[in-house]
Design a protein around this ligand. Sequence first.
Ligand code: HEM
Ligand code: HEM
Length: 186
Amino acid sequence: MDHHDPGYGTTARVLHWVIAVAVLAMIPAGLIMVRDGLDRGLQDVLFIFHKNLGSILILVVALRVAWRITHPAPPLPGDLPAWQRRAARGSHVALYVLMVVLPLSGYVRVRAGGFPIEGLDALGLPALVGRSKPLAEAASTLHALAAFTLIAVLALHLGAALHHALIRRDGVWGRMWPPRAPGPRT
Ligand code: HEM
Ligand code: HEM
């Protein structure tokens, strides 16, 4: 890697890892809470966790997208094959789209179904979507489809990150992993 390129800035890294930790908790919570015969108490806890953390993510993801639009990614190493550049770009765009679609479809699914989101309700925020069974069903289908697409793209993302960290050792891992490499940074 070019030693004058210390990678992503602090804000981009903090947003990446806050969202990564949250999403990696949201996926198993979602998968477990929809299972038949699950203990009701555990199911309630998982639903409350999933709906409320997911609602916060709408805001955090919006911040991240705004930050990304105004702060371009650092250039990839010059010797990276063209297909890997395209794969990186395509998978990153897909991850951003899924990060937006998942919490929004979850919100619509819950509100169109007439269900509470405890944190938002406590703040007095009204439901922005009216009750509608067909809308709730469509949002539910989209949410599950997006979730399984996310799991697939994340598998590629993690594979690529490890490939850079362990095999290529080209500094791409260090562009996102904290702490930041020393060097000048705007
Ligand atoms: C343990 C889990 C993860 C690891 C090790 C990881 C690692 C990385 C690394 C090393 C990069 C920098 C790639 C580059 O320099 O081009 C990156 C970028 C990125 N990661 Fe992750 N990541 C993880 C989880 C996630 C999750 C859960 C999401 C989203 C749901 C995500 C979304 C992204 C996006 C969108 C980028 C591109 C950033 C940009 O250009 O704005 N990552 N990740
Ligand atoms: C990044 C954010 C999110 C991720 C990664 C995610 C992930 C998942 C996953 C993996 C499932 C299980 C899918 C299935 O087998 O049906 C699920 C289900 C569910 N999620 Fe999310 N979710 C997110 C945000 C939200 C939000 C914000 C809400 C509501 C405010 C929500 C509400 C639900 C509900 C109600 C279900 C049960 C499925 C249904 O009854 O239609 N999710 N989610």
